[in-house]
Design a protein around this ligand. Structure first.
Ligand SMILES: C[S@@+](CC[C@H](N)C(=O)[O-])C[C@H]1O[C@@H](n2cnc3c(N)ncnc32)[C@H](O)[C@@H]1O
Length: 389
């Protein structure tokens, strides 16, 4: 009897005509979403999470045959997908053998869920085998912003719609979170700018981006940054952004008038020189890394010091959901990211903090199939500086 082939439940077996041969450059992932079946909340995620936990907690090693099978499947896919492009095949194989496989095979040996995931579907990708190892770093997050990331060759590329990497962009609730929080923040930056102009202020609006990453907000969703008079300061602790910024911006970031500093944003905001300076401060994708022991409140207190009286701080909290857990356990994203349990607890926690800090707040939810996956907040610093800041 023929064994039933396991089919990854969410990928359409046949791509619709309009996506065939197309990449994320040709069709925006938001527009492509409707062609993919809706993803169930737990879907396949639980399976990989449980296997990864078994490895971590019980020391289950991945069987060696699975590692061999995964290697054969990836190589077969790379040969197949590059059959008309021998140069690209050469680059893919070189990158795979030298930079990806040594680490991937070792990591998979100690992570059964990861090996199972690659064996089930992630092998059908020129991107996932490398992306799995990168973690939630800005160069991977770029996938959600401009639809590009590094392939196995190490080249920075748009993702074809028939590559399994696409599943992260069109289904993962985190993709929606990234998109919506960015948009939410852009809208508030625009509002701050309109207010600045309406007040008859001269010169540039001073803007501060904390945990700036690769500064997606200045180049996504048609944001008119070039038409606005902004004086931008960006801060991030991760020095890898220095080289990765060159992947997404044509010129050095300073040539766009951005002062990019590599330091702890808390130190910057605590410097009395920067107090009450910025009508708009943004800290996206940061608060959930500072979850416990009053850290969120302390972080917000620091950021608010840099906000000008009457100015706003745009930030967000991520929520626990199965696919994020899968990224954490089976894609090696494990970090100090600790999302809130649900929308209700996140909003309640933020309300409490805002009351303590004496600021008003508004929020919106990033929802996927009526499950909130992230909450976007804007905090308004009172026009009169309160003694509490
Ligand atoms: C999840 S990424 C988000 C990047 C970008 N804001 C976005 O939305 O795509 C979080 C970034 O915050 C940076 N980060 C975390 N803590 C920081 C701190 N205390 N000071 C400066 N940067 C920090 C990390 O290096 C990382 O690049």
């Amino acid at each position: 009897m023929k064994k039933k082939q396991y089919v990854y439940p969410s990928m359409p077996e046949v791509l619709p005509e309009c996506l065939k041969g197309k990449t994320t450059k040709d069709v925006h992932p938001r527009d492509a979403m409707k062609y993919f079946p809706k993803r169930r909340a737990w879907g396949d995620a639980w399976r990989y999470i449980l296997l990864s936990l078994a490895s971590e907690k019980l020391g289950c090693r991945t069987p060696e045959y699975l590692i061999d099978q995964v290697r054969s499947k990836i190589l077969a896919y790379l040969n197949e997908v590059n059959k008309d492009d021998p140069q690209r095949l050469k680059r893919d194989l070189k990158g795979f053998e030298n930079e990806v496989w040594p680490e991937l095979s070792e990591t998979m040996r100690g992570n059964y869920g990861m090996a199972q995931m690659v064996n089930d579907y992630a092998y059908r990708s020129r991107f996932l085998p490398r992306a799995i190892l990168v973690g939630a770093q800005a160069v991977l997050l770029e996938l959600f912003h401009s639809g590009r990331t590094k392939s196995v060759s190490g080249d920075f590329e748009y993702i074809p719609y028939d590559d399994a990497m696409i599943e992260m962009i069109v289904w993962e609730p985190i993709s929606l979170v990234m998109y919506e929080r960015n948009k939410f923040s852009q809208q508030h930056l625009l509002k701050a700018y309109q207010k600045f102009k309406a007040d008859g202020s001269e010169g540039d609006l001073e803007v501060l981006f904390c945990g700036a990453g690769l500064l997606p907000q200045l180049r996504t969703n048609g944001f008119p940054a070039a038409q606005m008079s902004l004086k931008i300061t960006a801060i991030d602790m991760d020095k890898r952004n220095l080289t990765n910024l060159k992947l997404v911006y044509d010129k050095d970031i300073e040539e766009y008038g951005v002062q990019y500093l590599f330091m702890d944003a808390r130190d910057y905001c605590n410097d009395p020189k920067n107090a009450n300076k910025y009508p708009f401060v943004e800290a996206l994708g940061m608060l959930s890394y500072y979850r416990w022991g009053g850290q969120t409140e302390a972080l917000l207190r620091d950021f608010l010091k840099a906000v000008a009286p009457g100015g706003r701080l745009s930030c967000d909290l991520q929520l626990m959901e199965p696919h994020l857990l899968r990224c954490a356990y089976s894609m090696g994203w494990k970090s100090n990211l600790f999302p809130d349990w649900c929308a209700w607890t996140a909003i309640r926690r933020m309300k409490k903090i805002c009351r303590k800090l004496g600021v008003k707040m508004k929020y919106s939810r990033s929802e996927y199939l009526r499950h909130a996956a992230g909450i976007n907040f804007v905090l308004y610093k009172p026009a009169m500086v309160s003694h509490r800041h």
